[in-house]
Ligand binder design. Structure first.
Ligand code: SF4
Length: 282
């Protein structure tokens, strides 16, 4: 996900690991929690924040869910990769927050953005948030890599007004090198969304020496252009080093230590590749 913004933590604090609190969890409590997670009443949440001019139009409440099946080398928030690092939050609590900002969303054309991590790792929770927000007439955007696109059903997509889709590479080998996973599910999900007419903002992170090979950029641009009018805009995001310290804090090996951000000229040149295919590109 295109994170890298300062994250504001959720209101919950973990209790596990303090004294004997964890030992007091009964079997009944454990199975109630599992049922709540399965039904999407409870989700694992990293944080949320109120943002303007990112993650969709207007002022957004962006909720970052924990857990991601990808391992992007340039991830700005590697602490969202594992679901167990998140905090249990109820869908009702998030929806109460959405209700509080309803006036702001209406005034700015904003809404709720469900991001991560990879939100579609928790499809039942996402479904509940989408339905709850839609019932309040609050537009919902989903910010996803598309790798788990098959997890979201059409009925839920009917209530999603925008998908922010990361296409991390156009060449399958590069995609695997960048994310550790396959490209095909993302392409498949993008075609499904385009066929339904779901509005799409495509994001591509430009990393020198990793995603910037002309053939890779052209493959992304060709695919995006093939999706037709559902694609409203493309964002080419220059790689930056703002997430570097988090990798170290987590004791994870960061492979892009010596990678420089692309120059403004190189970023513009890549934007031009998209523009040459008639795509509105920022
Ligand atoms: S898809 Fe997952 S690993 Fe990749 S940048 Fe987003 S959160 Fe990080």
């Amino acid at each position: 996900m295109p994170l890298g913004l300062p994250l504001v933590g959720g209101s919950h604090t973990r209790t596990a690991g303090h004294g004997t609190a964890g030992l007091e969890t009964t079997e009944a409590e454990r199975s109630e929690r599992l049922a709540a997670v399965r039904e999407g009443r409870v989700g694992s949440v990293h944080s949320w924040e109120l943002v303007t001019a990112v993650d969709g139009p207007g002022t957004r409440l962006t909720v970052f869910l924990s857990g991601c099946p990808l391992r992007c080398l340039y991830c700005h928030n590697p602490d969202t990769m594992q679901m167990r690092r998140g905090t249990d939050v109820t869908a009702d609590e998030i929806l109460a927050r959405v209700a509080r900002y309803r006036g702001v969303f209406t005034a700015t054309g904003g809404g709720l953005t469900i991001s991560g991590g990879e939100p579609l790792m928790q499809p039942a929770f996402v479904r509940r948030l989408v339905r709850g927000a839609a019932a309040m007439d609050v537009p919902v955007a989903i910010d996803t890599s598309g790798y788990l696109g098959a997890q979201i059903d059409d009925a839920t997509l009917d209530d999603v007004s925008l998908v922010l889709l990361d296409v991390k590479s156009g060449d399958p080998e590069t995609y695997r090198r960048v994310t550790g996973r396959e490209l095909a599910p993302t392409l498949e999900f993008s075609r499904r969304l385009a066929a339904r007419g779901t509005r799409l903002w495509i994001r591509f992170v430009l990393v020198p020496g990793l995603t910037d090979a002309p053939a890779n950029v052209a493959a992304v641009a060709d695919h995006v252009a093939s999706l037709g009018p559902a694609v409203e805009r493309v964002e080419v995001l220059p790689f930056h080093q703002m997430g570097r310290d988090k990798w170290a804090e987590l004791g994870m090996r960061y492979e892009l230590e010596d990678t420089e951000p692309p120059t403004a000229e190189a970023t513009e040149a890549v934007r031009d590749v998209f523009r040459a295919r008639g795509l509105l590109t920022h």
